[in-house]
Design a protein around this ligand. Structure first.
Ligand SMILES: Cc1ncc(C[n+]2csc(CCOP(=O)(O)OP(=O)(O)O)c2C)c(N)n1
Ligand SMILES: [Mg+2]
Length: 599
């Protein structure tokens, strides 16, 4: 029997090295599902609970594998459900291909059941490439371009298939008028800045006395080069959120995260530096960068689309990070005066001590920072960490001490709730031999994390290392927003919108065959981590934490954020007590009448 279009879609994905597709079925892609059966599930069809999770899992896979994530959904509602995950890919610059169904060509334009104008709907999220395959001859070109564009632009792309086209006999494009033959593959691109640009950058960096480096995810894979440049310049390195795994946190000159989720050491370095080198980062909160006329700046970014904004850089170098840094190194002079570097290292040491002290403060029942601190003490050096949007993003950024080859990510730019567990699934398909740890708030678990635990339950036996730990920050509150309301809007907690129904996440996990521990007291935490990291199957740690520990500084306006954050972060050894007292008083003002503080 002749191959159908759907058969060739799967064959082409295999040719591109796609090993799995995260998806959910529906009759808009029935033809594809039939071919999947014929192809003996190659590439693997990973069935999630909801199409948004398919897109998140594809993003997680792409983030941790460095390759293309692929998701599939049916027409209409399935395609609509994918959107939030695809926006996550778009905003965090991740290559993801979406394959979606459409109603049959004979019905298109007839307001048919499940007919949605998908090209219009996807025009923004897949602005780099979205096309509908109307005849078989288009197929290889559409699919190949969608993949090449996704990989080269680090963006989501989409190919839409009317259901009848999937079931047609495949006809390849001919050597003929108005046919578009296609080809597979593409070597990696490594754009290189010009020699003039490199020299201008080197001159600027050599002239500075107090240089600071900021790295983002675009600097991944440059540990050796960044180490050498930081040494030559006598600089420290701060990391934007998505660049947390670009350099380990246990290096004495790495100041850690920056911004509202940042450390005292990054703050100190950025507020005093006279030179800024930014590599592969689009960190948007410019108020945490040096003052606009405080420092001279160089930026290196892979694309001219993303360079030159956020700071008045004097030298903008478009180039691959590693190639550019390698070319820059021979042009740099080693700074003989090491005092600035020593100051930074002092600040880093102080920060680690402050972070430890904060994590050790008693809370009721558990200080959430302690969860992260206890993991840092035991973190396997090949672990992969995901975190959700919510208070856990704060603790992930500040309190997890990455070392070795630890990888980590979250929804950095869309900051959507919900990706922690599906990202972890994607991570497992990227590296089934590595332990994966997901941090999610109870709100995120109720939104979709619990549903995706079911997917974990279905697949974990296929992973060579079965450890996937889901840590639930169980505070019965949408805590991040509760604190944002208090701090930024001066509004009390609005119980109706903020409090959450109490759920036993551990019991739920056990009911679907996973292991789980209810952690209700701080003394159980260390043991719970030991058990989770030694477990022979995925485990949920359901940790009761204190919603009165503020994930953000208790400032009242956004302008005050930086000042207050700085004041809090630079405190002396009693700083945390002072902060906590202040926060409690503030919380007290905001608590509904009759509900006292808990201490
Ligand atoms: C899809 C989506 N809806 C709403 C928000 C706004 N939001 C950000 S964090 C948060 C609260 C998260 O609560 P939870 O998951 O319980 O984590 P916690 O902050 O309590 O640790 C909300 C509602 C969002 N970022 N994404
Ligand atoms: Mg919560």
């Amino acid at each position: 029997m002749a191959d159908t279009v759907a058969d060739v879609v799967l064959a082409r994905l295999r040719d591109w090295g796609v090993e799995q597709v995260f998806g959910y079925p529906g009759d808009g892609i029935n033809g594809l599902l039939a071919s999947w059966g014929k192809a003996h599930d190659d590439p693997r069809f990973i069935q999630v609970r909801h199409e948004e999770m398919a897109a998140f899992a594809a993003v997680g896979y792409a983030k941790f594998s460095g390759g293309l994530g692929v998701c599939a959904a049916t027409s209409g509602p399935g395609a609509i459900h994918l959107l939030n995950g695809l926006y996550d890919a778009k905003l965090d610059h991740v290559p993801v291909l979406a394959i979606v169904g459409q109603t049959s060509r004979s019905a298109m334009g007839g307001s048919y059941q499940q007919e949605v104008d998908l090209e219009s709907l996807y025009k923004d999220v897949c602005s780099d490439y979205v096309q509908t395959c109307m005849v078989p001859e288009q197929l290889p070109n559409l699919l190949d371009r969608a993949i090449r564009v996704a990989l080269s632009e680090h963006a989501p792309t989409c190919v839409i298939f009317p259901s009848d086209v999937l079931e047609m006999a495949y006809e390849p494009p001919q050597h003929a008028f108005k046919h578009v033959p296609s080809s597979l593959g593409m070597y990696e691109q490594t754009p290189m800045p010009s020699r003039d640009g490199l020299q201008a950058a080197a001159d600027l960096l050599n002239a500075g006395e107090r240089p600071a480096i900021l790295v983002g995810q675009g600097a991944r894979g440059c540990v050796a080069e960044l180490t050498q440049i930081a040494d030559l310049l006598g600089a420290g390195v701060a990391k934007a959120l998505l660049g947390k795994d670009v350099l380990p946190d246990d290096l004495p000159w790495v100041t850690g995260s920056i911004g509202l989720l940042g450390t005292t050491a990054s703050e100190a370095m950025m507020s005093r530096c006279d030179t800024l080198l930014t590599v592969g980062s689009n960190f948007p909160y410019t108020q945490f960068l040096p003052g606009l006329d405080q420092a001279r700046g160089v930026q290196i970014d892979r694309s001219a689309k993303w360079i030159g904004m956020r700071y008045p850089y004097e030298v903008n170098l478009v180039g691959d990070a590693r190639t550019s840094l390698r070319e820059l190194i021979p042009l740099l002079n080693r700074k003989p005066d090491r005092r600035w570097r020593e100051d930074i290292e002092d600040e880093v040491a102080k920060w680690h001590e402050l972070a430890r002290r904060r994590a050790m403060v008693d809370a009721h029942p558990i200080n959430p920072m302690r969860i992260f601190h206890e993991l840092s003490e035991r973190l396997p050096e090949n672990a992969i960490i995901t975190a959700d949007s919510g208070s856990s993003a704060n603790w992930y950024a500040r309190h997890l001490v990455f070392h070795g080859d630890v990888r980590g990510s979250l929804s950095g730019t869309l900051a959507t709730m919900g990706p922690a567990v599906p990202y972890a699934l994607g991570a497992k398909w990227a590296h089934s031999d590595r332990p994966v740890i997901a941090f999610a708030g109870d709100g995120a678990m109720q939104m979709n994390g619990m549903a995706e635990l079911i997917t974990v339950g279905r697949y974990w036996q296929r992973w060579s290392d079965p450890r996937l730990v889901v840590v639930v920050l169980h505070n019965n509150d949408l805590n991040q927003v509760t604190w944002e309301m208090r701090a930024m809007s001066g509004a009390p907690k609005f119980e109706e919108s903020q409090s959450l129904p109490d759920v036993d996440y551990a019991a739920f996990a056990r009911s679907i065959g996973l292991e789980a521990i209810n952690v209700d007291h701080v003394d159980q935490l260390g043991g719970a981590w030991e058990a989770a990291l030694a477990a022979q199957r995925p485990m949920v740690l359901d940790v009761r934490c204190d919603p009165d520990v503020p994930p953000i500084p208790p400032h009242t306006t956004f302008e005050q954020a930086k000042a207050t954050a700085t004041a809090l972060l630079h405190g002396d050894e009693d700083a945390w007590d002072v902060v906590r007292e202040g926060v409690k008083q503030k919380a007290q003002e905001y608590l509904p009448r009759g509900k006292g503080s808990k201490s």
